[in-house]
Design a protein around this ligand. Sequence first.
Ligand SMILES: [Cu+2]
Length: 294
Amino acid sequence: MKKLLFLSIIIVVLLTACGTNAAKQAGGHSGAAGMSHDGHKTDAPAGGGHAAGHGNQDNSGGIKSDAVKALWTLAGGKKPQANQDTSIRIEIQNGGKPIEQFDVNHEQKQHLIIVSKDLSYFHHIHPEYKGNGVFEITTRFPAGGDYKLIADFVPTGGSAMNKMEWVHIEGAPAKSKPIQPDASLTQTVDGKQVTLAFDRLKANEELTLTYTIKDASTKAPITNLQPYLGAIGHVVILTDDAEQYLHVHPMDETSSGPDAKFMTTFPKSGVYKIWGQFKHNDQVFTVPFVIKVP
Ligand SMILES: [Cu+2]
């Protein structure tokens, strides 16, 4: 038993160490999670999704995720407060020097995901690039408590990567809700009935997520979804402890519904929260599901 545990640890360490390259070589759509030097778990190649699959972002000898760090400053270094405009400054460095150039990936130079610790709050925003490796945005946190911030970007000459940070927000906390797998993978959001299906549900295997979107009242399939961030939709996946981030991208970027297909690989069995974001009638709607991967 002990031996087995030890072996498992070795395997995990090996996987972690090789995550980025292995996923790249395999042309993977979404890599297993690894851990960067600063102790933050990272998805490698995070958000690589389809882009990595095209194989043109491999940069042997280029910018490596492990050498990249994000320096986070909230509220100008003061204690950030709930329900107040809060500046977020993210400086991206490579080996201690600012990274100057970033590729536009899904229409943006950086995607910033903010979630509350219980994953009940989800916010997807786009900090402005100020030059010299610095991104800035101002937002409001809805309640006191701990939040995870995930910056997702592609340094020019590097591959897609992400950097995460836990932050504490002062103020009265919201009531924490337990993260429970959904009994049904159909729900209604903003007048749309959205169903999520998987071709299979297994850890460590690339699989397909299919969203089917109908009008909630007429049940008519919606076939005129608008592109959102240059694709049919945008999907973010986190483990229930918010420690691992899987960024997923569409299989067919030109589709307009009612089906929206994405690919990912769940790195381990466990509970995940999945947010799908779509655009219809000029409105972006976000559909959360909680699933258990056996
Ligand atoms: Cu984004």
